[in-house]
Ligand binder design. Structure first.
Ligand code: IPM
Ligand code: MG
Length: 352
């Protein structure tokens, strides 16, 4: 028996998650229980906090969690620690999902949807492994203080320990063995001590245990440039929480649309995984039924593969998404006119 907890959240989150729900119903996996919970702004509205203890407990006892999106202008003025995004960070931290897998693949049918030239992006298959529960997102001390001279000072701390670096690097090296065998580790060792340690520890781990994997190091600014100039050079990009946030958005967009990219956040093998589209709540189009559900559906595929013990269903689902795109199915972000539900229909129809 396994459980999948759906946390649709805010903005387009509920719309896209509804399509994943339809797919789940069609797959009808034996022994899978599906539940839903309030999260993000939706939970602030009904319970006063973005993540209640009850929902957190359910997440921790699930086999997998599929999130929609969080945040929106309605809660933008809420105190920092009560915002929808704070609920997401609390969930990631409590679930201890330190390795965030963000595959940036260019679907052949979408090569012309990119702002980059088709020949630059055709065949891109990059996997970001982003550290997700450390770094500047969580480092202490942090805050906003008033200085004696009346000026205000905002501060955060970027910090990584050996253990935090090695566990996420282990995930990257293990995954590299099953893919192209290359890891590019990205930091700013030229200006940050945490980057110096990152580089040293990743190299040490590779020399000790993963000599079969080709490891290179790159500064984050150069990586941003290379992702636009020659993205096909990359196989796995291993990086920290903040650089991973920035660089994965950059790569996602160059493969066609932010609306296509899924993610999986994994911790220790026996613990539940957290799956989310990498796009946000898109308040500008929320409620119109036009959002692209592919990132949610592909996140579901990752959940089927990595947590729910259904790799065949994951393969079928990914093939159905690709077949729908090949047949010309397009939501507005991909230059088409299909509604969220019609895109769901197009995928369902190919889920034989
Ligand atoms: C992401 C998002 C989140 C992040 C926000 C919503 C907190 O941008 O998952 O990429 O910064 O990690
Ligand atoms: Mg982001």
């Amino acid at each position: 028996m396994s459980t999948l907890l759906l946390l649709p959240g805010d903005g387009i989150g509920p719309e896209v998650t509804a399509q994943s729900r339809r797919i789940l119903d069609a797959l009808a996996l034996p022994g899978l229980e599906i539940t839903e919970g309030a999260f993000g702004g939706a939970s602030i509205d009904s319970h006063g906090v973005p993540l209640t203890d009850a929902v957190l407990d359910r997440a921790l006892s699930s086999t997998a969690v599929l999130m929609g999106a969080v945040g929106g202008p309605k809660w933008a003025d809420t105190a920092y620690d009560k915002r929808p995004e704070a609920g997401l960070l609390k969930l990631r931290e409590a679930m201890a999902v330190y390795a965030n897998l963000r595959p940036a693949r260019c679907f052949a049918a979408l090569a012309s949807a990119s702002t980059l030239k088709p020949e630059v992006i055709e065949g891109i298959d990059i996997l970001f492994v982003r550290e997700l529960v450390g770094g500047v997102y969580f480092g202490q001390p942090r805050g906003i203080e008033t200085l004696p001279n009346g000026e205000r000072r905002g501060f955060n701390t970027q910090s990584y320990t050996t253990h935090e670096i090695r566990r996420v690097a282990t995930t990257a090296f293990e995954l590299a063995r099953a893919r192209g065998g290359k890891v590019c580790s990205v930091e700013k060792a030229n200006v940050m001590e945490s980057g110096v340690l990152w580089r040293e520890e990743v190299q040490k781990l590779r020399d000790e245990s993963y000599a079969d994997v080709a490891l290179t190091h790159m500064y984050a600014d150069n990586c941003a440039m290379q992702l636009v100039k020659a993205p096909k050079q990359f196989d796995i990009i291993l990086t920290d929480n903040l650089f991973g946030d920035l660089l994965s958005d950059l790569a996602a967009m160059s493969t066609g649309s932010l609306g296509m990219l899924p993610s999986a956040a994994l911790g220790e093998k026996c613990r539940p995984g957290l799956y989310e589209p990498i796009h946000g709540s898109a308040p500008d189009i929320a409620g119109q039924g036009v959002a692209n559900p592919c990132a949610s559906i592909l996140s579901l595929a990752m959940a089927l593969r990595h947590s729910l013990g259904a790799p065949e269903a994951a393969d079928r689902l990914e093939a159905a998404v690709e077949a729908a795109l090949d047949s010309g199915a397009r939501t507005a972000d991909l230059g088409g006119r299909l509604s969220t539900r019609e895109m769901g229909d197009a995928i369902l129809a190919r889920l034989a």
